[in-house]
Design a protein around this ligand. Sequence first.
Ligand code: HAM
Length: 413
Amino acid sequence: MIKAQRGTKDIFGEESLTWQWILDNAKNVFQNACFSEIKTPIFEATELFARGVGDSTDIVNKEMYTFCVGGAQKDSTSITLRPENTAGVVRAFIEHNIVRQSPPQKFWYFGPMFRYERPQAGRQRQFHQIGVEMFGIKDAAADAEVIMAAVNFLKSVGLGNLEVELNSLGCTKCKNDYKNSIKEILKPHLENLCDDCKMRYEKNPLRILDCKDENCQKIFELPEVKEVIMKDYICDECSSHFEQVTNYLDSLNIKYSRNKLLVRGLDYYNRTVFEIKSSLLGSQSAVCGGGRYDGLVEMLGGQPTPAVGFAMGVERLFTLVEKIQAQKIDYFVVSSNTIEAMKLAQKLRQENKVADFDMSARKFAKQLEKASKIAKLAVILGEDEINQGFYSVKNLENGEQIKISTFEELIKI
Ligand code: HAM
């Protein structure tokens, strides 16, 4: 038997109802806030992610599904299954010159993403994200608008009490100052950091702060190290931007806390970064991650354009929301005359009713047994009903059976 690949999952039956419900809510909430849907391809040029997400990140270094198409031909290209969607949306934004439309340009999306990670609860190799990206506004109102969209969506699926964790990475200069200080204070401890952090030390020192390794955590707790980590490195302008974001969130009654260790795993962020977590998710606790990325559009070849967005993991949301139960269908047509049963099911469906019938003309008793499991009403089409033109309708909840003479009456029950 061929099985699904590790870290992938089939979604069907009742699970797909809950998925559908999550998506319907996303569509409502984001479209009410004037985000329009964008669908971008599932694979892109590898270079887009190497440059966009950053070639010092775990995603680009270890987790991409990259392959060459075109074999040994001269024009063979390296393509990658998207590990995230911000880079793809930015590519589309530049390619279609969307910058010409008056800002803000606001998009939402849903779709599968691919990361070659070690599968565990809440971490898959193919997973799905719902996200938004907004372009053109540098003011703190944009950060708050995007966080508000995330919180409103979570409320709509019954997760209104999750707290937003917030931090500011500052601008390029602030980020560099911070990186240098972190490197300096950690230099004497380099030998005791985990192997990943030893690599990060040169390539991406801020990511060290995100390390969950016990020994690394102990080093971060040393008073002289903690002092440097906790110090504010952001300049006055970035500080004031951050304060404005928090003022907006206060006015909107959105609960948040400052997490100075929140640095995010992708390179494109500046200023505001945020995550929304749930302790019920265990070690993979983030449902949502996002932030501002004012330099990415220019870095990928577009005009300088401020931008901010987030993405949520749908599989993680799924474990938190109440599951939707399958409802019984409206009508099941019970008949040994398959053509008449099929014709009646067709007529009912055209009236927007949920109807089914038995395709192999099994015995009446078998058909009724099936109907009582899945339907509210059984419409019995025996020889008498067909010849004399009426319907026998059995209410499968209370067992009552009545005669109905017209189709119009049948659809009103
Ligand atoms: P991210 O933090 O890498 O950010 O992913 C966002 C969310 O996707 C995570 O919080 C998590 O819920 C979910 N997720 C990530 N990896 C996995 C996985 N292997 N299995 C299951 N769920 C996962 C981004 O992707 C950015 N593009 C977000 C963004 C948009 N920033 C600005 N705009």
